[in-house]
Design a binder for this molecule. Structure first.
Ligand code: NAD
Length: 482
């Protein structure tokens, strides 16, 4: 059993209670984290505020050393950390290992950025000199979701630390353990008060982080509804917010696509991480000429998926995060049938008695969906693929863009004009002949209701800094009002 305390001003603290963490594959308890209060969130913010000038003026080499130390330490425990992550989220071990690897890569990427955050000189008339500096915001709040807590948490944490900000992190309540492990290492590697961590309820700790006047910038990754709340709470003090929200990504398969390659990508794009990806390609938009062949290949690959606990190396797909999430998914499937679509795979809990204690949903495919049906409009956030058939490239692009979400899209075609078609897709991330992927050096973020701002890559530097402009006048002032 793993137990973690709050981390405030370099010390462990007890909370008002504890949050118990269960394994979604078995319902068994894995451990607990201290549950912080609103008052403790304020203490954490105060600690981060006291330390912000010291960390902002630390030599870049000091920040590089801290990030590199944590990356090295994570590498040494990567296997155990991935196992814990697979246990608490239910994701397959290979996915958890990939996530830990990505977290390490992000620490290394941003460790290399600390001495490259530069301002500019601005062309002006000769009697003036104008330069700009990129400066950290100060205290940054990081509100993290459960589906990729390490990948997403460390992306913003590493960028914020590298650029000289201090932090208050709120890990997700469903799966906080791996994040706490990483944050303990960060606390040890940095001066007291630079990294503070307060697990707790969203409506108390999360809300305090979003509304506190001493928080200088917020990064939130999660659902649209909570993101809207965070934006309105932050508006009170005009606090800048980067919001990374939900998605309903289309996988567009055009009539010239390599069908086998597309089938491979579509199956991974929807069913990886147990279907709980913000960029899950949950709408397959396929040209009618390829529909039958593509669907038969997708079905054949889907039948090979082995369900089980993420920690079993044989598992391809684990449980979804909670029983209530599973119930919602089953209701979506039922609703699709009522609206006239046809379930052609899954759509129910598995029959296997060995899986009855977990929140499992069979990989589910629904054909005959139109883009106005509920399953095509709402984010299901589980292993449910909706198939929409179109008869032209123009219709495919139109359907792909006809969504309130605009996080990611994948486009399957061998046409040379793929990059022109990518320009026509109003989505923050477009992948050509791949499902959407995350890389430390690459920006990440969505359009429309999928978010505001970009994290990752050098855009992550912009996300956690602001530009101050200095103008020097060389001429003497004219005597005014003569
Ligand atoms: P969620 O919105 O329920 O919770 C996200 C975080 O917000 C959690 O830490 C939660 O405790 C906190 N929170 C809850 N209520 C709050 C409040 N009132 N004030 C402040 N914070 C509060 O989302 P989730 O279920 O953890 O994650 C799934 C969602 O996240 C999906 O919609 C998914 O698409 C989205 N997501 C987006 C991206 C992206 O990069 N765009 C990545 C991963 C997940």
């Amino acid at each position: 059993m793993v137990e973690y305390e709050l981390l405030i001003d370099g010390d462990g603290r007890e909370g008002e209670a504890t949050l118990s963490v269960t394994n979604p594959a078995t319902g068994e308890s894995l451990g607990s984290v201290a549950k912080g209060t609103r008052e403790q969130a304020r203490e954490a913010i105060a600690a981060a505020a006291r330390t912000k000038d010291e960390w902002a003026s630390a030599a870049p080499s000091e920040r590089t050393a801290a990030l590199t130390t944590v990356a090295d330490e994570l590498e040494a425990v990567a296997g155990d950390l991935a196992y814990l992550l697979a246990e608490e989220t239910g994701k397959p071990l290979a996915t958890a290992e990939g996530e830990v690897g990505e977290a390490i890569a992000q620490f290394r990427f941003y460790a290399g950025v600390t001495d490259k955050v530069r301002g500019d000189t601005v062309p002006t008339p000769d009697h003036r000199f104008n330069y700009t500096k990129r400066v950290p915001y100060g205290v940054t709040a990081h509100i993290v979701p459960w589906n990729y807590p390490l990948l997403l948490g460390t992306r913003s944490i590493a960028a914020a630390l590298a650029t000289g900000n201090t932090l208050v992190v709120k890990p997700p309540s469903q799966a906080p353990l791996a994040t706490m492990w990483v944050c303990e290492l960060l606390v040890e590697a940095t001066p007291a008060g630079v990294v503070n961590v307060v697990p707790g309820s969203g409506s108390e700790v999360g809300d305090e982080l979003a509304s506190n006047a001493d928080v200088d910038a917020i990064t939130f990754t999660g659902s649209v509804g909570v993101g809207q709340h965070v934006l309105s709470a932050a508006a009170e003090h005009i606090t800048p917010v980067d919001v990374e929200l939900g998605g309903k990504a289309p996988a567009i398969v055009l009539d010239d696509a390599d069908v086998e390659n597309a089938a491979r990508g579509v199956v991974q794009g929807i069913f990886s991480n147990n279907g709980q990806n913000c960029v899950a390609t949950s709408r397959l938009v396929v040209h009618e000429s390829l529909h039958d062949e593509l669907v038969s290949r997708i079905l054949e690959k889907t039948e090979r998926i082995t369900l089980g606990p993420g920690t079993d190396p044989e598992t391809d797909m684990g449980p979804v995060i909670t029983d209530s999430a599973l119930e919602e998914m089953l209701a979506y499937v039922e609703g699709a049938t009522a609206e006239g679509a046809t379930v052609i795979a899954g759509g129910k809990r598995p029959d296997d008695p060995a899986l009855e204690d977990g929140h499992y949903l069979e990989p589910t495919i629904i054909d005959g969906v139109t883009n106005d049906m509920t399953v095509a409009c709402e984010e299901i956030f589980g292993p449910v693929l909706s198939i929409i058939t179109v008869d032209s490239t123009a219709e495919a692009i139109e359907v792909a863009n006809d969504s309130r979400f605009a996080l990611a899209a994948s486009l399957w075609t061998d046409r040379l004009e793929a990059t022109q078609l990518a320009d026509d897709l109003d989505h923050g991330l477009v992948a050509v002949n791949s499902f959407p992927v995350s890389m430390p050096q690459s920006p990440w973020g969505g359009n429309k209701e999928s978010g505001i701002g970009r994290e990752g890559g050098l855009e992550g530097v912009e996300a956690f800094t602001t530009v101050n402009s200095v103008v020097v006048e060389f001429d003497e002032m004219e005597d005014p009002y003569l």
